[in-house]
Write a protein that binds this ligand. Structure first.
Ligand SMILES: Cc1ncc(COP(=O)(O)O)c(C=O)c1O
Length: 397
């Protein structure tokens, strides 16, 4: 008891010291060549939408993901939107996607005018439940002329957009087989899954196209930015064209369709190149962080972690625990300036999507939503800070 009190005293004092400033949930780690490459852009004036760093960042991203091509975009959201535009998705269509995801997935679908069909979550892995997806496709859709249609209103379902939630992945063999059987194009929202693999193949390289996000909380960041990866040369060229206002003449301002200003600028790409150089080290640190948290917290009261299928090697981008004491733990951590966050409110509970098709069993997304919280895991977090976080979490029980 006395030992515990002493420990408690030490950690409370320690927590106060480190927490003069907020311990970020998943903050940027600018420990490499960022200054040097950004300075290079400023010194040379190559700050805007063309430049060698954009090309280099795209090349490094394609190489890392194991795809032939990569096209940089202004964000993960715009990357998703352009993929859907290229598939001709429109207001007469549906796109299948998980009910547990960040809002950007569904927003990108709505930008095209299409509606998301929301599939409930697997309560263990928190990914789209493939059993439910299969049931939905079997019971609620029909195939005509190599297209999939929703039986009730005859609207087309051209795309399934799986999300690799928190860098974890579902059984991709099963998902790809279902997509093939039902003539669905797969566009992967792999925005959170840079460095995640299924059977040794990188996330984003399964579908016709995959996407990454480089916003401030991702495993690498360009401040804000995104990437489309694909093996299809025509799609890569089209993505570049559409994201640069569909300008069809190198000199004159002639545009051959409605385009978008969705480019990533060179100064951001310069950060991206520096961040990519450190990605292996960042991934290693994420593995250490999750190993530490599991060692300290698994089996403490009802605390559980995201289940991972044997074929999946996640990047452990955002360690997240599950507990009935979600609210208490959130309060304790945030009160001690250890930034922690609840899971996203499931899409079917948001005003904009509450009337959309939600195919579920026992509304498991709601169960996950009310129990999960993400805990501090920046790649530059120190071992002492990790200990302080684990200690504070245990205090809740
Ligand atoms: C699942 C998911 N989809 C899409 C996005 C959108 O990425 P961005 O914030 O770069 O637009 C994010 C990241 O924020 C995300 O987590």
């Amino acid at each position: 008891m006395r030992a515990l009190q002493q420990r408690s005293f030490f950690f409370n004092r320690f927590a106060k010291q480190i927490i003069l400033t907020m311990l970020l949930l998943s903050g940027p780690n600018m420990g490499g060549n960022e200054w040097k490459y950004v300075k290079d852009c400023l010194d040379t004036g190559w700050v805007s939408s063309v430049g060698a760093y954009v090309d280099q960042f795209e090349k490094m991203s394609a190489e890392f993901a194991g795809t032939k091509y990569a096209v940089a975009t202004s964000s993960g959201t715009t990357a998703l939107h352009i993929c859907l535009v290229m598939m001709g998705v429109n207001e007469k269509d549906y796109v299948i996607t998980p009910n547990i995801t960040f809002i950007a997935t569904c927003n990108s679908i709505k930008y095209t005018g299409a509606d998301p069909i929301l599939i409930d979550a697997d309560p263990g892995t928190w990914q789209m439940d493939l059993g439910l997806l299969e049931n939905f496709l079997m019971e609620e859709t029909e195939l005509r002329d190599n297209n999939c249609y929703y039986k009730k209103d005859g609207r087309r379902i051209p795309v399934v957009m799986p999300v690799h939630v928190l860098g974890n992945m579902c059984d991709m063999d099963r998902l790809m087989a279902l997509a093939k059987q039902y003539h669905l194009t797969v566009i992967e929202d792999s925005t959170e899954a840079l460095g995640s693999y299924y059977k040794g193949k990188h996330a984003g390289s399964f579908g016709l196209m995959g996407t990454f996000s480089y916003n401030g909380n991702k495993i690498i960041t360009t401040g804000g930015g995104g990437m489309i990866v694909t093996d299809d040369e025509a799609l890569a060229k089209k993505a570049k064209h559409l994201t640069t206002q569909a300008k069809s003449d190198p000199f004159e301002y002639i545009h051959d369709e409605i385009g978008y200003n969705y480019r990533l600028v060179n100064v951001a790409a310069a950060m991206g190149v520096a961040q990519m150089e450190q990605l292996p080290a960042f991934l290693k640190r994420k593995q250490e962080i999750i190993a530490f948290y599991k060692k300290e917290l698994e089996g403490v009261a009802d605390i559980g972690f995201q289940e991972v299928n044997a074929d999946v090697q996640p990047n452990w981008w955002l360690p997240t625990i599950m507990t009935g004491k979600q609210k208490t733990v959130l309060t304790i951590l945030n009160d001690h300036k250890m930034q922690s966050r609840p899971f996203w409110m499931p899409m079917n509970q948001l005003r904009m999507f509450k009337d959309n098709i939600f195919y579920n069993k026992d509304n498991r997304s709601d169960y996950v939503y009310h129990r999960c919280l993400s805990i501090p895991c920046s790649t530059n977090i120190t071992d002492e800070e990790l200990k302080a976080v684990a200690y504070k979490i245990k205090e809740a029980f």
